[in-house]
Design a protein around this ligand. Sequence first.
Ligand code: FRU
Length: 481
Amino acid sequence: MSTDGHLRSEVYKIVTKTNDVISEDPYRLSYHLMPPVGLLNDPNGFIQYKGVYHLFYQWMPFKTGHGAKFWGHYSSTDLVHWKHEEIALTPSEWYEKNGCYSGSAIESNGEMYVFYTGNVKDEQGNRETYQCLAVSKDGFHFEKKGPVVELPAEYTAHFRDPKVWKQDDHYFMVVGAQTTDIKGAVALLRSNDMLTWNHLGVIAGGGEGLLADFGYMFECPDLFHLQGKDVLIFSPQGLEATGLNYQNVYQSGYVMGHFNSQEGSYNHGPFQELDRGFDFYAPQTTTDEKGRRILFAWMSVPDQNEQEHPTIKYHWLHNMTLPRELKVINNKVFQVPVKELEQLRVGEVFEHDVKLNAENREFEEVNGKTIEIVLEKIDVSSGFFSMSVGEAAKIIYSPKQGLFTLERQSYVDGVTEIRQCLLNHLDSMRIYLDTSSIEIFINGGEETFTARFYPVPSNNSVRFSSSEKSTFMIKKWKLAD
Ligand code: FRU
């Protein structure tokens, strides 16, 4: 049997073998994308191709750790209902033997081209990196064409995650990189045919400009035009926590500016974090046939605590965020859950006008494991307002400092940990709860907080509390499993 055939049959065996135990996990999510078994990380190759959304993902089927990654595959016609497909790429060739790492997809002449990083390591752990191409006529079966980009001399072998787009009759590729003097950078390449690529240089980071002192590696770059701006998303590694910022081990955010496709240059402003919660990394976007720019991110961060998640004993780990539509408002990227997610709502909405006066309140109708809660017309006079979810997560807002806080009980040692950001005002919150995840969209997506958390499975309660006067309007829907 070929290496590819062998790997596919091994994956099939482990999926079949672990199916029963995985479905018993009380923390298995109900409407988020997860791996059938093993570990999921970055979204890859996100594209709407011939009307169908394809979301590939970094997948380690054989354990809940990292390693020689596969490209797993989900497809959907509506961004809500997804089907798990056959594996798209297995790490079967010499140039990818330690992993078909992250990359992107683009359509050309009716075919789907995927670019990804072939990761190769020797016994001493020395790395080689190849930017590879695979082509598909149907979006499901891929023919590997092998490496199309060799490592340029300016970078170490930490050169990966190609994102490709077409602009002004050229193809462009951004690659996450580390320069030889160990600075995080985004490299730009150009091509006329997607087979031969020319390296044009560093367009962000590399020890220059506003990102001069900005970490040792940038992963998963994504450059796109949105509402008159060119937005460059990337995930820098090596930033020190400062004040409320950069609290996770690694960050994900963007700079905004102008990309000059003739010169292959990019002018940009300062870095801003995309999400303020505990678990958000390596986002990737695509445009769909409706012209929307849609983002998925990995709902985790690579860190030393990954193996502490309680889902490990059920042989799976991690999930994607919900798909979010991006908008630029006042030089800031807003994230809004895609409209289609309203299809998840089942039954009637529960609506209520709430007035709290130095009290705690619980509404029988506002509980559940898989729910959507919208708070509107929020008015917190002073003191603080809070909302607790199953006692394992809590949102707190204090208007005086303009401070918004998400607390959770650590899944490592139960200690309370926090993430915070400053707000000018708090008008509204849209919150998606799914068994062991929370996504909070503040003020129409101006800020988001994304996190895994693990409430006691029998505790479905949502409680509101106000130290002084708070008023808000609440809407709640149960969401379909
Ligand atoms: C980001 C990342 C990428 C790499 C992939 C490997 O989480 O480290 O840079 O391609 O994951 O799974």
